[in-house]
Design a protein around this ligand. Structure first.
Ligand SMILES: [Zn+2]
Length: 263
């Protein structure tokens, strides 16, 4: 299989190094919060799962921690313009998945810290949005280099611990909230699969809504013929990856996660 890895850690095909018996499908939540380092991470990590839940009436909330301002190979890129573009693209992508709210913390791309101030901001979002299920990066994923993905994972896990307990950030003035499940994508040891049968093209639409990333992340060249071929090639790789994830539970299409319950 052709690797999908773009150097930024975006879910290559053949990305399940450690497998174990996996459960299938959590009870669909009424509210889901997906927390990502960058615009497009949510769509790669759990786009099909979110779309499936949204079709059943789930309210989707996406929190993007950085401003995406490193997402260009052009050294002369207007960075303020790029940030605006990436905000807009993330909103377009969520519209493809069924719609919802997108929120940005706008830390500088590549410089996300997992400190107490950042944890407080993520905790505030969890308490305000009151998600039943939180989804995010797996901070324990081995040998991934991008610091934002690691730190976004730590912020997600640490903010969940803070959000559930009244003695953390007690001055915040918002009731504690305890999600019933945490689902980590790009998991080091996936133990759960969501059936995504029928959602390949929805996930493809969300990922490709990030038009500024077509060349740098997806390898899709501009120009009518090259674009059509590039989209078709990327679709094949995405389909192969979803087949690989689904195969963990004997399905033809899935998204694999590390599921943590009993939070
Ligand atoms: Zn990313």
């Amino acid at each position: 299989m052709v690797p999908l890895d773009d150097g930024n850690g975006h879910m290559p095909v053949g990305d399940l190094p450690h497998t174990m018996p996996a459960t299938l499908n959590v009870r669909p939540p009424h509210v889901a919060l997906a927390i990502a380092a960058h615009p497009d991470d949510v769509d790669f990590g759990c786009g099909a799962t979110l779309a499936k839940w949204a079709a059943g009436g789930c309210h989707l909330h996406v929190l993007v921690l950085t401003d995406g301002s490193k997402g260009s190979w052009d050294p002369t890129q207007d960075l303020a313009g790029l940030i605006d573009t990436r905000h807009r693209e993330q909103r377009d992508a969520l519209a493809c998945l069924g719609g919802g709210v997108v929120e940005f913390l706008d830390a500088p791309d590549g410089e996300l810290e997992a400190g107490l101030l950042e944890r407080r901001r993520v905790c505030e979002v969890i308490r305000r949005v009151q998600p039943e299920v939180v989804l995010g990066h797996d901070p324990w994923r081995r040998y991934r280099l991008h610091p934002d993905h690691r730190n976004a994972g730590w912020l997600t896990t640490d903010a969940i611990v803070a959000a559930r307990d009244p003695h953390f950030f007690a001055d915040m003035g918002i009731e504690p909230h305890r999600p019933r499940a945490l689902m980590l994508w790009e998991a080091d040891e996936p133990n759960h699969v969501e059936d995504t049968t029928g959602y390949l093209d929805t996930k493809l639409a969300a990922i490709t809504a990030h038009r500024s990333q077509h060349l740098s992340t997806l390898g899709i060249e501009p120009g009518t013929e090259a674009f059509t071929a590039g989209i078709a090639s990327f679709r094949r790789r995405l389909k192969a990856q979803m087949a690989e994830h689904g195969a963990l539970v004997g399905l033809g299409s899935g998204e694999a996660f590390r599921l943590i319950e009993g939070i």
